[in-house]
Design a binder for this molecule. Structure first.
Ligand code: ATP
Ligand code: MG
Length: 295
């Protein structure tokens, strides 16, 4: 049995980007929120999907707890199209995560038991596919440390973007986990899945020695041809923390805009950080386009 036998056409997933690393706390949610917001600002019809029991993508985009992922879990249970929250920003819809998304693992096990592993791994792809004609770009925020859900995300994406911090855990353990899941999904489920690149996250922008070292260590795990994005997401705890504070809950770009409009309590660092996120999003789109046209 293949994905095609289950009605999945992976060619339709050409604009689905997933942020993933086997390790937690490396920037997946931050990058999803900021990239989706930038994509929507560029005028692209954009969907973000929060595959997290904490549902913390809402802290990047400010839409409240909503149904805590109930609609998402329900679609996954029944195999029906995802039902996004619409109009989170102009051009931006979100499949909301939260507490109910913790049921996804049980849903996975139940499908795997009754129908076998392939339909279980492809359930997210199955529920996403009918929505794809409506969107120009889809960003998936994948969960940490749950191999089944990680594989479900990889089976529903064309492009994997892997953020890393320069610590050994996110590099060695996190990359090894994602590399082994990536290899399995590419060879057995979704041959179009491509590693788009590695991103230095929350790192001093000019730490070129550290970045080179990280890049080399990443290549040892992900393969010599693995790409590292030029854009570094600079380190700024203060701006990052403020963006996720009640009353803000916004992409860094909006912090920057509010500072420009006169809110002096917002640190100047928000501007450079906003530029990093915007530049990374553009780099992601350009590299995907370049690879698409090369094949
Ligand atoms: N530019 C930055 N500099 C420093 N810290 C940052 C920056 N941007 C975000 N952070 C912080 O890094 C932490 C981890 O980010 P994030 O939640 O995006 O990671 P994650 O990979 O989604 O984590 P999890 O695996 O728990 O879902 C957060 O506390 C966030 O506030
Ligand atoms: Mg997260």
């Amino acid at each position: 049995m293949s994905a095609a036998d289950l009605g999945i056409d992976h060619a339709l997933f050409a604009n689905v980007f997933m942020f993933g690393n086997g390790k937690g706390g490396v920037g997946k949610t931050t990058l999803t929120g900021n990239a989706a917001a930038k994509s929507a600002r560029e005028g692209l019809r954009t969907l973000a999907i929060d595959v997290n029991g904490q549902g913390n993508l809402r802290r990047e985009l400010g839409y409240g707890e909503q149904d805590e992922g109930e609609a998402f879990a329900q679609s996954m249970r029944s195999g029906t199209p995802l039902v996004p929250l619409t109009g989170v920003r102009e051009n931006l819809d979100v499949v909301v995560g939260g507490r109910k998304v913790r049921d996804l693992n049980d849903i996975f096990v139940s499908i795997a038991t009754s129908q076998g592993p392939l339909p279980a791994f492809l359930r997210l792809a199955q529920c996403l596919q009918p929505l794809l004609p409506k969107y120009d770009a889809v960003f998936i925020d994948s969960p940490p440390e749950n191999p089944n859900l990680l594989i479900m995300c990889l089976a529903a994406a064309r492009w994997l973007v892997t953020p890393v911090k320069s610590d050994s855990a996110s590099l060695e353990d996190g990359l090894k986990d994602i590399a082994s899941s990536f290899g399995m999904v590419k060879s057995q489920i979704n041959p179009m899945l491509t590693l788009l690149g590695v991103v230095h996250f929350a790192s001093p922008r000019n730490a070129t020695g550290i970045h080179k070292d990280v890049e080399e260590r990443a290549k040892k795990i992900l393969g010599k041809v693995s790409h590292t994005f030029d854009t570094v997401i600079g380190q700024s705890e203060k701006a990052a923390e403020l963006a996720r504070r009640p009353g803000f809950f916004c992409p860094v770009y909006e912090l920057h805009e509010r500072r420009k409009a006169g809110e002096r309590s917002i640190p100047e660092a928000a501007t450079a950080l906003s530029e990093d996120h915007d530049a990374l999003t553009i780099e992601i789109f350009e590299r995907a386009q370049m690879l698409r046209s090369a094949t």
